[in-house]
Every structure is written in C-alpha cells, then in structure tokens.
Design a binder for this molecule. Structure first.
Ligand code: NPW
Ligand code: K
Length: 503
C-alpha cells in the first residue's frame, strides 16, 4: 500500500526533521531531484540537456526556492535558465543568489488588479518586461513550476494565471501543480498541467484526487529524509502487489464451497442486464460458487450455466455474502429483496436501487445486524440521496458517511474513494475513464460481493475490486470506448495481469 499525507502532516514531519538536518539541506536535496527530473524530461522531449531553454516560474515561498536552486544546478549542465519571479520582493533569497551566481537570467513580474502580466521591473541584465516574461515562457523547452506548493490557497493569482495559460512546453511541477488545491485536488481556475511532478517525502492528496491527479502527470516521490517522519498516512492507495496478495485464488484443499458462495439479488425479468452483469462479475472474480436469486433466473441460467439460479431470495440456498441492488427496482418487490438480505445477517454489497431504497425508508436500516460487514457503493447521485451532496472534499464526505452508517462506503468516480467506519480511506485513481459506461457499476458490485463471500475484510474487498475493475476497463478499452460486457470479459485477464506483475 502507498501512503498519502496532508500538507500539515508534511510540515510536522519537516519540523521534526530539521532538528537533525539543516533546512537548507532539505531544499538542496529537493532541488537536486527536480534538476535530475528536468534533465530527464529535456532528454526525452528535446533530445539534449546542454543548450536547452528552461523557464522557472517562481512564486513567493520555498516552492520557488526549490525551483531557483534547481535552475542553478541545471546551469551547471549548460542549460539556458530564465527565472520569472512572480513575487520579486519575496523570492527565496539564497535560491535567487545561487541562480544568479550560476549565470541564470532573472525576470521580475508583478501582477495588476485587472489581471494578467501587467508590469515588470528590472532585476538583472537582459530584456526585462512583462512581454519578455511572456515570450520566454511561450518559447521554453521546459517549464519548471515553482509558483506555489504546500502553502497554496485558492486559485492562482492573476499574474501567475496569465503566464500558466501561455505555456506550451512540457511542465515539471515542483511538489504539486500550481493552481490545484493541495488537500482536495480541486481545480477552480487556470492551473498547471504537469508532464511530471516531483514531490518530497510522500504523495499528497492532490496527486491522487480528482482533477489534481490528472494535472500532476507522472508523480515521482523523492525521499529527502522526510519519509520516515511522516507517520500514519491520511489516505492509502493499493498497489499491484496488494492485489496480487489479496485476490483469492483456490488452494489445493479448496472446493467450490470453501471459497465462499456469493448470492446475487439483481435485475428483473424486464431488465435482465443487471442480473447478467453482476452475476457474470461474481463468476469471473473467484472460483467459488455463485447463486442468483430473482426474476431473471432463466436468462441468467442461459448466460451463465455454472450459476445456480432460483426465482426468489428466499429460495436461494446458503451463501456467504450478497450482492444486492442493481436493477431490483425501488418498488415493493425490490424492498422485499433488500429486507431479506439485510435480515440474513450476512455481509453484503448494497448498490444502485438498494441504495435508493435505503435513502427512502430509514426503517430498513433497523433490519441490519450491526456486527456484519456492509459495503455501500453509490455513485455521486445515490450518495446525495443517502447522505447529501458530496461536495468538493470527497474524502471528507465519504469518511463521514462511513462513520455515520457504520459501513464501508465506496464512492464511484474517476477517483474512487473507499472509507471504512474507523476512518481509513483508500483511493483508486483510474488512469482513464473507460469504466464510465452503463452497467459498469453492476460489474463492480459483483466483484465486491464475490470478494466479501471469500472472506476478505469489507474495506479491502471494496478497494481490491475497484482497482481490478479500473484495470479491466483499461485492458478492454485499449484506446477505444467499450461497454460493460467488454469490461466484464476482461476481468480474468486483469486478474492474470496482477498475478503476474512483479510489483
Ligand atoms: N515541507 C518540506 O519538508 C519541504 C518543502 N519544500 C518546499 O517548500 C514548499 C512549501 O513552501 P512554503 O510553505 O514557503 O510555501 P509555498 O507553497 O511556496 O507558497 C508560498 C506563497 O505563495 C503564495 N500563494 C498562496 N496561494 C497562492 C496561489 N493560489 N497563487 C499564487 N500564490 C499563492 C502565498 O503567499 P501570499 O501571497 O499569500 O503571501 C504563499 O505563502 C513545498 O511545496 C516544497 O516545494 C522543500 O524545499 C523541501 C522540504
Ligand atoms: K508548484
């Protein structure tokens, strides 16, 4: 599992670390890492380092200091470096001196109230004007974004925003892409779109949440000595090794029952699609047995002959967990199905119509055995029905909902957020949105149900299912839009890929 830490956690770690290591040493380490990444990007995109043109966008704080020092290191490699100072009076003094001493050019820009790059003042030899700053930025081979880092608040200031919009070159973001909210990944105005981000100590929420994850590009974590000091992460990401370790596969002693039997209560005679997709996902996810219970039994049997299908949940037979909700409807028959599942005292993944039913009828909650694992897997609309609008801070909302319902809550989206009632949060950032297709959620429900039946902890079940689901969507799509059936068909290949992966 990879950790994600908040700005406050990083600052606290830094305070502990600078009792042992001078602050300036941390900045050299950070800046050196930025310079190495910049050289890599130049080689990749321009084909050379020496003679290439790098522009540093430099804000008021240490983020700008990192960029200035990185510029000084790059000068030693023969790079032509222009630093554009967006807060000339407050640019990091030692970084600025180092860049100047190394032969870097400095342009000082101040913003106007009306916005844009409005005026410039001379800070060193060379052409110094707002136009000059705009021109060098537009002509750069690589831009290093040191506008703002962990202390970012609100949208970019006008002068920075105007310059950012001129950038066409690849961008290397220092710590995080400027214009992105460090805590939520939210982007509300112009923001840097980084090709790569070099961050220090550990990932921050903006690297893995929402638009911020896209704006960050590839994120390299550089251990400048901070990692040991960071403590318990605020969020976690599953990595391929976790999935390889967690995904249940049959052992020599297993039979069809010992691996967990999952019950699927989904779909209807009129709308059998949900039944086919949820059941199919459960069939592909694990080697145990799948029982389907509902009005689409005949169609399910035709589609998945290995499934034991019955007409009602009451006749389903013994299962270890339920996947309930997609396509059951929000009328009395759906409510009766959900009642049965909640009364059963078995772990369940509750999705789609079952979530709407729970939001309409609070008495349904009383049927639940509080000691039994429950996974709620809403999309944003269902979440709003159940708990109110998600808002910009998805993690905080989902965490509150999980505590409130005493259930694992998985909020679907390009960034899927999975919170446990005790406050642990997993996020899964899909690299692309191929899974945003009708019926895709049904597949996820089936995967979660199967993992619950196999005995996985509900938080891990939801997290592993989300990661596998996103990976199956990528595999199936290979660059072209897909439907949920193709995603479902790619589930075995995705499991195989994780099981083969070395890390
Ligand atoms: N932690 C560590 O261990 C290490 C940290 N290091 C580095 O330090 C960085 C944090 O530095 P930091 O705290 O000096 O602040 P930073 O992010 O540069 O912001 C500076 C100022 O920008 C302004 N500003 C705010 N919002 C803005 C906006 N939207 N648009 C434009 N401007 C905005 C605001 O000033 P204001 O104008 O509000 O007075 C704010 O005070 C960190 O990200 C990493 O790169 C490394 O050196 C190594 C070790
Ligand atoms: K930055």
């Amino acid at each position: 599992m990879r950790g994600v830490w908040t700005a406050d956690q990083v600052r606290a770690a830094e305070e502990r670390l600078i009792e042992q290591v001078p602050e300036s040493t941390l900045m050299y380490r950070a800046a050196f890492g930025v310079a190495v990444a910049a050289s890599d990007l130049l080689r990749e995109h321009v084909g050379r380092v020496s003679g290439a043109r790098v522009v540093l966008l430099v804000g008021a704080g240490s983020n700008g200091g990192d960029a200035l020092w990185a510029g000084a290191f790059l000068r030693r490699r023969g790079v032509r470096v222009d630093a554009v100072l967006l807060a000339p009076d407050r640019a990091h003094p030692a970084g600025l001196a180092a860049l100047r001493a190394a032969g870097g050019r400095v342009l000082a820009v101040t913003g106007s109230r009306s916005g844009g790059v409005a005026s410039a003042e001379s800070h060193s030899a060379g052409s110094d004007s707002a136009e000059a700053a705009a021109e060098v930025t537009a002509r750069a081979d690589l831009v290093v974004d040191g506008i703002v880092g962990l202390s970012a608040r609100g949208p970019l200031r006008p002068a920075a925003a105007a310059l950012v919009e001129l950038v066409t070159a690849p961008v290397l973001a220092v710590d995080l892409p400027s214009g992105v909210d460090p805590a939520t990944g939210e982007v509300t105005g112009p923001a840097v779109s980084a090709t790569r981000t070099v961050t220090f100590g550990g990932l921050k929420p903006c690297h893995v949440l929402g638009a911020g994850a896209i704006h960050s590009g590839r994120v390299d974590v550089l251990d400048i000595g901070l990692t040991e000091e960071l403590g318990t992460p605020e969020l976690s990401l599953l990595d391929p090794a976790d999935l390889r370790r967690n995904w249940p596969v049959p052992g020599p002693q297993d039979d069809k029952y010992s691996q967990g039997v999952v019950g699927v209560a989904a779909g209807s005679a009129v709308y059998p699609g949900a039944a086919i997709l949820v059941t199919g996902a459960a069939v592909h996810a694990t080697s145990g047995m799948v029982r389907y219970a509902g009005p689409a039994a005949d169609v399910v049997r035709d589609h998945w002959p290995e499934v034991v299908a019955t007409g009602t949940v009451a006749d389903a037979g013994r299962v270890q967990a339920w996947s309930v909700g997609p396509g059951i409807g929000t009328g009395e028959s759906g409510r009766e199905v959900l009642r049965h599942v909640l009364r059963s005292g078995l772990p369940a993944c509750v999705d789609a119509d079952a979530i709407t039913l729970l939001s309409q009828d609070e008495t349904l909650w009383d049927l639940r055995d509080p000691g039994v694992p429950l996974v709620l897997s809403p999309h944003a609309g269902e979440f709003a029905r159940l708990f109110g609008p998600v808002g910009a801070d998805r993690v905080a909302s989902v965490r509150r909902a999980a505590a409130h319902f005493d259930a694992v809550v998985l909020l679907k989206g390009n960034t899927t957020v999975i919170a446990a009632p005790d406050g642990r949060v997993l996020v899964n950032q899909a690299r692309a949105s191929w899974a945003a297709t009708a019926g895709s959620g049904d597949v996820l429900s089936g995967l979660i149900g199967a993992l619950l039946a196999s005995g996985l902890d509900p938080w891990a079940a939801a997290g592993n299912a989300a990661l596998l689901h996103a990976s199956a969507a990528d595999l199936a799509a290979r660059g072209a839009p897909i439907g949920a059936s193709a995603l479902l068909a790619a589930v075995p290949a995705a499991i195989r890929r994780f099981r083969r992966a070395e890390d």
